[in-house]
Write a new protein. Sequence first.
Length: 97
Amino acid sequence: TVVNVASFKNVDADEILQIEGVQYIPMVGKVTVAMLERNLMRLFYNFHHPDRQHEDRYKAELEAQRPAPWYGSPVQIYTALAATAILGMMLAQSAKK
């Protein structure tokens, strides 16, 4: 897709349309151009701005320093479930006596 965002004719539409699979949009409005510029600036800020990259590194460092939760391992979950089941069975037997 070729989008001409210029306010004057700077592309030969006939030549572009001869290429297979190409769509040509000859003109767009001022609002479309403004939105394209806005999106470009947001993409730059979100993925390439030096301050943003510093923030991402800082967040990664904080995440690495955070201790793992008690349920972070399948072995820990299995052990907790098994201990709970055993305690439940012991309580049920003691209640019958």
